[in-house]
Design a protein around this ligand. Structure first.
Ligand code: BGC
Length: 267
């Protein structure tokens, strides 16, 4: 077989890409009043792995220069929907955002609280218009939401859903359950990326640290997982911060500066 020099150079650059450092997957789920300015830079010579942020809302007043802000349409209440198009277009066109998140925990009465059918209609109305302009996320179910998200994907057939965000909360001893949950959504998604936009292990800080030592390598090494954000920069849990911040707690340092593929901290 004869290769043209152009084909050879394309093949060579693909080869270089494959060998380059993988793109970091870690992010922050951070309410706007929780300071996140110190999740950048380096520690013991290891650079921050955090490169994206969201705040459960469609705009923010604490966009970090080193992070992609991801607007979210939390639910279908008019408070959220009336500002959605202006905010999402603003962040896509002027703010460097390339992804959008949809309804938060729609299977839960106290959260976005939508049936799969109603969510599919709302997704077509509010998310589909951005097809071709940003990568689009399905609604984010928690780990009680397998049936809900299966039904949603059927109801929204033909929707241009690029990725499936999920949440997980369970005991720190159940890291295996976390892996099974992520893998089950990877299978369900039929090749779509999976993001874990909230997850937290129940337990002491030391027990959460042990959990992350296993969970981070699993997530970094799983090609189906595109992004994840540990729950710990939110109004109701600031475990990644020291006394509310802005300094990072030891757990925050472990999460931010463990090298790609390791959860052991920047040692
Ligand atoms: C809620 C958000 C809230 C966040 C942090 C989420 O589960 O849906 O409204 O800001 O938790 O507490």
């Amino acid at each position: 077989m004869v290769f043209s020099s152009k084909k050879l150079s394309v093949a060579a650059s693909l080869f270089t890409l494959a060998l380059a450092d993988p793109w970091p997957k870690r992010g922050l789920a951070a309410n706007d009043d929780v300071p996140i300015s110190q999740f950048s830079g380096s520690w013991n010579g290891h650079g921050s792995q955090v490169n994206w942020q969201y705040n459960w809302d469609s705009t923010t007043n604490q966009k970090q220069s080193w992070a992609e802000f991801i607007p979210m349409l939390w639910g279908t209440q008019s408070y959220h929907t009336t500002q959605w198009f202006d905010n999402a277009w603003y962040w896509i066109n002027n703010g460097g955002s390339g992804h959008l998140l949809a309804f938060n925990e729609p299977e839960q009465g106290g959260q976005a609280n939508l049936s799969p059918g109603d969510a599919a209609n709302a997704w077509r109305q509010y998310m589909e218009p951005f097809y071709g302009h940003a990568q689009l996320g399905a609604p984010a179910v928690s780990n009680d939401g397998y049936n809900w998200i299966s039904q949603f994907l059927q109801a929204c057939s033909g929707c241009h859903i690029d990725f499936i965000p999920i949440h997980w909360y369970n005991d720190w001893t159940l890291e295996n359950d976390f892996e099974n949950w992520v893998n089950s959504i990877c299978s369900l998604g039929g090749g779509r990326q999976v993001w874990i936009t909230e997850f937290q292990a129940g337990g002491t800080i030391d027990q959460q640290s042990t959990f992350l030592r296993s969970a981070i390598p699993f997530l970094d090494n799983n090609p189906c997982v595109y992004r994840y954000s540990y729950f710990g920069t939110a109004d109701n849990s600031k475990v990644l911060l020291q006394n509310g911040g802005p300094a990072l707690s030891p757990l925050g340092v472990q999460y931010t500066f463990s090298p790609y593929g390791s959860g052991n901290g920047p040692n």
